[in-house]
Design a protein around this ligand. Structure first.
Ligand SMILES: [Cu+2]
Length: 427
């Protein structure tokens, strides 16, 4: 009888344990967004406050739970035993009450001190972080061609990055370095920062409320329309970090991710120069050339900037260097070889390591994205086909052009191929 029961229990318990274990191993390699693995001073501060609170709560749990268990055992009624000590009903003991009030106040103060100091510390770049943040130290005044650059203007300042939230992607701008949407050089979805430098983050929204959350480095502050929020971050370990919008902002909120690449200062300077480069001319007689013409014919240029080729659009992400990015569409589509990436993460036990862009995958992603996004919007019942439901690509309402509002973009396989080939030249 008993063995049968045991057998049955095993049937339930073993698969459950299996599930639990598999969840653990999965978790190990997928801790890409973990607040419990801080890689910079702001995240560390936030982690410390969290742990202080956990320790306090553990002590309270042990004390209160311990007393409860003690009382239950000590004063339990035993059958036929009326000699067990009876707890006398009391009418309050001033000493106990004052003691409890004092203990509560002490616990609150214990939490309040680290919490308040963390609020002050994380609000803006602290003075002690500034000397290490001199841009001039790693960004020379004059570039290789003897042309002026922006280092002089920002000497002795902290690197500033404007983060602009849009439905459903992030735009990053570096006003001190001339990488702005106005200058036709903004950076969508992939934030580059130099290692060990304090970075002031200015948070703005162009539509609804979003939230900037980069778990291993810092989090999370809202981007609010009509309000200027700010925070600061610093990353002390090189790598590829995973961020996410953390405030519900509409249909594709869950697909509103971003990436942060932490590089050595010299590499950062090179990256800045590369971002300022204009797109190279496309070779005559190629598919890419056809794609370039389609880019205008299919209205893409209304929303997208490609410096050197097209310069009107700024509603969608800047595509001047789209082929050099490791992800597309709010970092939802990964342009790297997913299997190789996972293998690397497992092998190095370092989820920040990153494989390069895989050109074939990038092309497939481009075709998937362009082919689905233009053709459907919520109103025609085909929205589920979208890579990102309800995304704002081919959202002509904002241009208030009736004929465009009614139109649904359609592409032949040939056109998609040419468009993708064209975008692939934009390194
Ligand atoms: Cu969101």
């Amino acid at each position: 009888m008993i063995s049968r029961l045991l057998n049955r229990a095993l049937f339930v318990v073993v698969p459950f344990l299996g599930l639990l274990l598999s969840a653990c191993s999965r978790a190990e390699r997928e801790v890409r967004q973990s607040t419990l693995d801080p890689k910079g001073p702001v995240a560390q501060m936030q982690y410390d406050v969290f742990m202080d609170t956990v320790y306090l709560v553990l002590v309270l749990f042990a004390v209160v739970g311990g007393l409860l268990v003690y009382a239950v055992i000590r004063y339990r009624a035993r059958p036929g035993d009326d000699t067990a000590p009876k707890l006398e009903e009391g009418h309050g003991n001033p000493l106990v009450e004052i003691g409890l009030i004092t203990a509560s106040i002490a616990s609150l103060v214990f939490i309040a001190i680290p919490t308040l100091s963390a609020i002050w510390y994380t609000d803006d770049v602290p003075a002690e972080a500034v000397p290490t943040s001199k841009l001039s130290a790693w960004y020379s005044r004059v570039d290789a061609n003897g042309k002026e650059n922006y280092a002089k203007a920002v000497e002795d300042q902290v690197l500033e990055v404007d983060v602009i939230g849009k439905q459903w992607w992030f735009r990053f701008e570096y006003p001190q370095l001339g990488l702005t949407s106005d200058a036709k050089h903004s950076v969508p979805n992939e934030l580059y920062i130099p290692r060990g430098k304090a970075v002031r983050i200015n948070l703005r929204s162009e539509d609804v409320i979003h939230s900037f959350w980069l778990p291993k480095i810092a989090g999370k502050v809202d981007l609010m329309p009509g309000r200027k929020n700010h925070m600061w971050i610093q990353a002390d370990q090189l790598g590829h970090y995973y961020g996410q919008c953390a405030e519900f902002c509409g249909d594709s909120h869950a697909y509103m991710l971003f990436r942060c690449q932490v590089v050595e200062p010299e590499e950062f300077a090179k990256w800045v120069q590369a971002q300022k480069a204009e797109a190279a001319p496309v070779a005559v007689g190629t598919k890419a050339e056809k794609g370039k013409a389609l880019f205008a014919a299919k209205t893409c240029a209304m929303c997208h900037n490609i410096s050197g080729h097209y310069g009107a659009g700024n509603f969608g992400p800047d595509l001047t260097h789209v082929a050099s990015r490791k992800s597309l569409a709010g970092a939802w589509l990964d342009n790297r070889d997913t299997k190789a990436q996972l293998a690397l993460e497992l092998q190095e036990k370092n989820t920040e390591a990153s494989t390069p862009v895989d050109a074939a995958k990038l092309k497939a992603n481009l075709i998937k994205w362009i082919g689905s996004s233009g053709t459907s919007h919520a109103d025609n019942g085909a929205a589920t086909k979208d890579v990102k439901p309800g995304n704002r690509m081919h959202y002509y309402k904002m241009f208030n052009v009736v004929s465009l509002n009614e139109s649904k973009q359609q592409f032949t396989a040939e056109e998609l191929d040419c468009l993708a080939e064209y975008l692939l030249t934009l390194k």
